[in-house]
Design a protein around this ligand. Sequence first.
Ligand SMILES: *Cc1c(COP(=O)(O)O)cnc(C)c1O
Ligand SMILES: [Zn+2]
Length: 414
Amino acid sequence: MEKIVGLRCVECQKLYREDEVMYTCPACGIAGILDVEYDYDRQAKKLTREALGRAEHSLWRYLPILPIKDDARLPSLQCGWTPVMEFPQLAKRWGIANLYLKDDGRLPTGSFKDRSSCVGTTKAVELGYDTITCSSTGNAASSCAGFAANLGLKAYIFVPAHAPEAKVAQLRIFKSNVLLVEGTYDEAYYLCQDAAQAFGWYNRNCAINPYLIEGKKTSGLEAAEQLAGKIPDWVSVAVGDGCTVAGIWKGFVEMKRFGIIDKLPRLLGVQAKGAQPIFEAFVAGDEQLRPRRAETLADSIAVGQPRNQTKALRAIRASGGAMVAVEDQEILSAMYELAQHTGVFGEPAGVTGAAGLLRAISDGIVKKNETVLHIVSGNGLKDVRSAMKACPEARHIKVSLDEVRRVFEETRAA
Ligand SMILES: *Cc1c(COP(=O)(O)O)cnc(C)c1O
Ligand SMILES: [Zn+2]
């Protein structure tokens, strides 16, 4: 493809031609994650403010810097261009200058992963595959299954047997072949990898497939465009494997290169305390992982052995950003806090960035005069069991106006 210069290994820096490599760097193995490099000078004229002003309101507006042929068959399932909304009242309550939310819970299957699945499944079709596979804590799986259904691909999906019910329901309704693995996400991951190799399926795993982060970067591209002229000081988002935060950064950097924005935000990467290997590496000042079993109710970021830590750590550091880790309880209270003050309902990982923001504010990392964009990366309806834990129970009443009056009197002051 003329627009792609090559794929560069994050470890040895070697640049490969597109047709030379499929997943990771042949020399570095699994650690050799590749990064797609474009001919930016050539593509710049297609991404001017005028050109973008005419572009369609989906992530395909960025096709000139996506790893997909210009005449490829694209999915008809609309994906991208989610709204950025401003919440000055809540910002005031939290003690910061302004707060924006970008609600990626509105994407077609309800999570940020739709961005990578949209690009990944399109790539599978372009490469001539009829079957795609994916291992996931849930959202990557449901989005992969949804886009596979849209494009007529067969899908084999590996998820841990304890994935939230709503996510499993999505897999089944999209008619993917669901394999509920009696094991952890990490075990499901390796099994999927072996199966892809054994049976010749296209592997949609962000950890090794270099094209998926290109989908994820569209969230950063969009946010940059939507907030041009008022780029926030910080962007907060949950970190599991690390691909999301790295993708958002790539999007902002590209938009600065094209002159759409003139400053870059700092990244606030947030992990759950029960699954914090990237946070630990950040604090230690290296890229070394100390993997352990993941234990958090934020299932989408319950990753004990991340695989995109290199890209994630480099992005957060390059941005002059920070990382924090939060307790599950902080995630639940952020979920309730955000929902009751904004009407935006995020799943646990979807609001982990907000929980981290609250902690960063109280630790003095994020300052009073600063503005923040939080990416709500998943919809709350994906995991209602956690949501029910986050808020008080509803009242049962008899069919009686007196009972209603009693409730009214108890609640009117609140
Ligand atoms: C996957 C996911 C994340 C984290 O993305 P990584 O690339 O694993 O860091 C955050 N939020 C939600 C809802 C997700 O599904
Ligand atoms: Zn390499």
